[in-house]
Ligand binder design. Structure first.
Ligand code: GRG
Length: 291
């Protein structure tokens, strides 16, 4: 069920991106960009955006640009994360990483081009929402992607390797590295749904918690998951001396922590009743997932 929903949503976003790139001038980077953003991936962030849109009655037409922009930023971060100067991973989404397929320089440039494409996609004239909303969304996306967001989190992740970090430092790093993009997903839907500042703050925090849950699941999968199902190498965190909650707390405590976090997130969704059915099932999937 959830798998079908993910595939359906991923196809919608891929179709949008293919059409968007088709309308632009051609360049040598389109091929590695497409390879990085279109070739596989669950596109779970887009599903969360659509799921939240259902709660607030926001049409998919108004959300598709946000989904496409988020997937561009996510894929750019993965392309750069796999580079030799970062995590040096040769496989991603069941295929050679972008730098293995196209070379390091093209991978850096294709990743950077996906980052800027995200902002083009939100600011384009044809996008249905008003300019005030676009500005607010763009400003927030920039802060979630840059040094106060995923790039800053990635820097901490690399600096924390082979160090004895405290639980709160790891949580802070993971909330930035992975949480900030989920934070953006929920915030952006809040903007388009015309929510109050208080509601948007609430949605931001909820997004960050969902991102932390997602990262915890990612850490469990690194230890126990299948390379075949994940499409990427496993058991890397220990080898690289990564600071994760799983390494610090041990399996039992980390799983308990994740399960309590999941329950906390689901409790927050209860007030939306049946409208939250889809988002609830996506949250359940995040912790149970095998891929
Ligand atoms: C310079 C802004 C900037 C970014 C580069 C490399 C980097 C900074 C950030 C990396 C952030 C990162 C790789 C976080 C990990 C998040 C994570 C758990 C990724 C896996 O996400 P999935 O499972 O992947 O959604 P798929 O393949 O399904 O899309």
């Amino acid at each position: 069920m959830i798998k079908n929903k993910l595939i359906k949503n991923a196809n919608k976003v891929d179709k949008f991106l293919i059409n968007y790139l088709k309308k632009q001038k051609k360049s040598l980077l389109v091929k590695p960009m497409k390879y990085g953003v279109l070739s596989g991936g669950k596109k779970i962030r887009s599903t969360i955006i659509f799921d939240l849109g259902k709660i607030f009655n926001v049409s998919e037409k108004k959300l598709i640009n946000i989904c496409a922009a988020v997937e561009c930023i996510h894929s750019y971060s993965l392309i750069h994360d796999d580079l030799p100067c970062m995590d040096n991973d040769k496989m991603r989404r069941g295929k050679p990483s972008t730098h293995i397929k196209f070379g390091e320089a093209s991978a850096v440039l294709a990743g950077s081009s996906l980052l800027t494409l995200a902002f083009e996609i939100i600011s384009e004239k044809k996008y249905l929402i008003n300019s005030k909303m676009k500005n607010e969304i763009i400003e927030f996306l920039a802060s979630c992607s840059g040094h106060t967001g995923i790039a800053g989190g990635q820097e901490l992740d690399l600096k924390f390797e082979n160090k004895n970090m405290k639980i709160n430092q790891i949580i802070d790093m993971q909330k930035k590295k992975t949480g900030k993009l989920f934070n953006f997903c929920l915030y952006a839907v809040g903007v388009i749904a015309n929510k109050t500042n208080k509601d948007k703050k609430y949605l931001s925090n909820l997004g960050e918690e969902i991102g932390l849950l997602f990262q915890l699941a990612d850490d469990f999968l690194d230890k126990k998951g299948s390379k075949h199902l994940l499409g990427k190498p496993v058991k890397k965190d220990n080898k690289k001396g990564k600071s994760t909650l799983l390494n610090l707390m041990g399996e039992k405590k980390a799983y308990l922590y994740a399960n309590n976090l999941k329950k906390k997130i689901l409790r927050k969704l209860e007030k939306h009743g049946k409208k939250a059915k889809d988002l609830t099932s996506t949250i359940e999937f995040i912790l149970e997932r095998k891929f």
